[in-house]
Write a protein that binds this ligand. Structure first.
Ligand code: HEC
Length: 180
């Protein structure tokens, strides 16, 4: 009798152990500024390239990880999605006006900053409700790849919040129109 109970307990433990192994590994909860800059992001799929921001004298190249690439138009990006955006300064003439190349486009000068946003369940848990952008969190790096210790993450959130219907991703429609 004793043996049977012990056997059942052991079997139960084994089953519990197996089901734990099948569950996805937990992802540590991160906050703004804690997302690292992925080393290999330039090999990632392109989200949009050479976004012309003449208004702020920048060119922006946006990359998405393989998980984000799985997104289906009309839906949110899946958990585990990451975006990396390079913000390039552009060449200016003596009057400080952006120079255009033969193709009529702005010309890259220096990599000024790199912005990252990523989502996973429970990320950004400490963010005040009005500033929450779903599970997205943000990190800002200098052009050198060093974390920008002076970044104001509430400004990232305030600017991206109105895009709730597009999962807080600005050029959502433009991206899906481009990949069609
Ligand atoms: C003034 C508004 C504004 C602020 C502030 C802002 N963003 Fe954005 N962000 C944009 C716009 C607009 C785009 C789309 C690219 C473009 O048109 O420049 C964008 C795009 C992005 C993208 C590419 C994915 C997407 O949504 O298209 C990332 C990543 C990103 N921003 C991160 C950040 C981070 C990190 C901060 C804060 C350090 C930040 N942003 C602050 C306006 C803003």
């Amino acid at each position: 009798m004793q043996k049977k109970i012990l056997g059942a307990v052991v079997a139960g433990l084994i089953i519990a152990g197996c089901s734990q192994m099948n569950a996805p590994p937990p992802v540590a909860a991160l906050a703004d500024g804690q997302l690292p800059l992925p080393a290999d992001y330039r090999t990632w799929p392109t989200f949009l390239s050479a976004v012309q921001r003449e208004d702020i004298k920048q060119i922006r190249d946006i990359y998405m990880n393989a998980q984000a690439k799985k997104a289906v138009p009309g839906n949110d990006f899946p958990q585990g999605s990451t975006f990396v955006m390079e913000n390039w300064s552009v060449r200016l003439d003596d009057a400080g006006k952006p120079i255009k190349g033969a193709d009529g486009k702005l010309v890259k000068d220096k990599l000024a900053a790199v912005f990252v946003m990523g989502k996973n369940p429970g990320w950004g848990a400490g963010v005040p409700e009005a500033q929450k952008n779903g599970d997205w969190i943000y990190s800002a790096f200098k052009g050198t790849g060093e974390l920008n210790g002076e970044a104001k993450y509430d400004t990232c959130r305030t600017c991206h919040t109105p895009f709730k219907d597009k999962d807080y991703v600005f050029r959502y429609d433009e991206h899906f129109a481009a990949v069609k």
